[in-house]
Design a protein around this ligand. Structure first.
Ligand code: C5P
Ligand code: MG
Length: 176
């Protein structure tokens, strides 16, 4: 018996001159970047929350408070790796990650493969289990006006059943 779980993640960061634009651990050449306590990698934050959500482990701020000086300027791939290990310790394996970055400019499509590879390495996944998409906001709203960037992510986890939890969970009855 096995179990599948899914989780959703979302994040937003303000754009600012003189900051790096880091997405999925890759630095994108740009005259402005993302503001935040850590490296402000909005994509990694959304995926981190999706993993935590699928495993019912709370959210990124619970594990890495932005008031904690340890996480100032931190590489957000550290967060990703940490939550993947937490999920793994509970018996979960990531099936796939799908994500979208919403940013007006610069164009990101030339960096897609580098971002996918970095995320796949970080999460110890095959490349084809990691999807990264890009959208503009059609010049509408704070993202469209170039004031912020957003990211969304969905993660599926798979757990091989091992114990009575799977047979007699409160909502499962004794079915197969
Ligand atoms: O937002 P829109 O549908 O116009 O985006 C068209 C395409 O442009 C997307 O499918 C994506 O591949 C690319 N894109 C990009 N970098 C962005 C936004 C969109 O490469 N910042
Ligand atoms: Mg964030």
């Amino acid at each position: 018996m096995s179990e599948y779980r899914s989780g959703i993640g979302w994040d937003v960061h303000r754009l600012a001159a003189g900051r790096p634009l880091i997405l999925g651990g890759i630095t994108i050449p740009s005259e402005f970047g993302l503001e935040g306590h850590s490296d402000a990698d909005v994509l990694s934050h959304a995926i981190t929350d999706a993993i935590l959500g699928a495993a019912s482990l709370g959210d990124i701020g619970m594990h890495f408070p932005d008031t904690d000086p340890r996480w100032k300027g931190c590489d957000s791939l550290v967060f990703l790796r940490h939550v993947q290990k937490l999920a793994e310790a509970l018996g979960y394996r990531i099936v796939n990650v799908d994500s979208t970055v919403i940013l007006e400019r610069p164009k990101l499509k030339d960096y897609r493969e580098a971002i996918r590879q970095r995320l796949a390495e970080t999460l110890a996944l095959e490349l084809d289990r990691v999807s990264v998409k890009f959208k503009t906001a059609e010049k509408v709203g704070p993202v469209g006006e170039g004031r912020s960037a957003e990211a969304q992510a969905v993660v599926s986890l798979h757990k091989l059943g091992t114990g009575p939890f799977h047979e007699s969970g409160p909502h499962r009855g004794s079915g197969s």
